[in-house]
Design a protein around this ligand. Structure first.
Ligand code: PMP
Length: 284
């Protein structure tokens, strides 16, 4: 049985319990991170911890655990669950207190939970097949840069997208694509320029995005960080998305319109390969 981490202890998932008064449950008052594990090692762990600290700071939440404590918990779970490839999920909530909109005193301990998922992401069928994406209105709050567990809208949108035959949804505000339901979104123009939304409050500042942007610079590829229109995306030579769980995944249709020749394009394929080479070297 899977072992999970909860507030300093490791136990089988069926034994782990959280209070009904936990603010993560009552208010979505929690932040999280998802780290990819390859070759039993953590990918861009420091980037995830830096973003976690930023998310915590933006919602005035303290956390007693150090990065070293958190690293030890990640590693222990990878070991206990024998994760060769997969994900480690980490969630930090403001803890349990009588239901009140006002945050409880900072002395209330956080709830900290970690669990693993064994998954082959490297060989995901979507990488060779490519994704069919639908664009939908971005109805999330205006602090998408904070990685909170308030994922109801992305979950609703993706479920509705799936019912219409799509693999994923890309959000748009005023005709401009912000990002995917749980990934950053990119297009490649006919001239070969890679375009993705800049890092502001409208998107999550993806850890994979950062690595891919560094790869683009290393390869000397032309790129621009700006919002792109849905209409621009429909005319793009290629499109793809990035995330810790999808790595670099090609997009082959948007709103039913085929992108390129409806097969993963050369830029997406090259970036996926370079990204995987890079993380295999860097993982700790
Ligand atoms: N945007 C959103 C909305 C996400 O949920 C995610 C994944 N959590 C990403 C982008 C990609 O971020 P990362 O590369 O750090 O996984």
């Amino acid at each position: 049985m899977r072992q999970v981490y909860i507030n300093g202890a490791y136990m089988p998932e069926t034994k782990a319990k959280i209070s009904v008064f936990d603010r993560g449950f009552l208010f979505g008052d929690a932040v999280y991170e998802v780290t990819y594990v390859i070759d039993r090692k953590l990918v861009d762990y420091q980037g995830h911890m830096t973003r976690l600290r930023r998310s915590l700071g933006e919602i005035d939440m303290s956390l007693a655990m150090t990065d070293a404590d958190l690293l030890a918990a990640h590693r222990e779970l990878v070991k206990l669950n024998d994760i060769d490839e997969g994900l480690v999920y980490l969630e930090v909530t403001r803890g349990a207190a009588d239901r009140d909109f006002i945050f409880p005193d900072a002395s209330v301990p956080n709830t900290v939970v970690l669990f693993t998922q064994k998954k082959s992401l490297m060989d995901a069928p979507a990488a060779t097949r490519g994704l069919n994406v639908l664009t939908v209105e971005d109805q999330r709050w205006e602090r998408c840069d904070i990685k909170t567990v308030q994922l109801l809208y992305p979950s609703l949108a993706k479920t509705r997208g799936k019912a219409q035959g799509a693999d994923d949804v890309w959000f748009q505000r005023d005709g401009y694509v912000t990002e995917g339901s749980s990934n950053n979104a990119y297009i490649v123009s006919a001239e070969g320029k890679i375009i993705t939304h800049e890092t502001n409050n409208d998107i999550l500042h993806g850890i994979t995005r950062k690595a891919v942007m560094d790869t683009l610079a290393d390869l000397g590829l032309d790129f621009e960080e700006r919002p792109f229109l849905v209409t621009e995306a429909l005319e793009a030579a290629e499109a793809f998305s990035t995330s810790s769980s999808g790595l670099v995944t090609p997009v082959v249709s948007i709103d039913g319109k085929q992108i390129g020749d409806a097969k993963p394009g050369p830029v997406s394929k090259q970036l996926r390969q370079k990204y995987i080479e890079g993380i295999r070297r860097r993982a700790i």
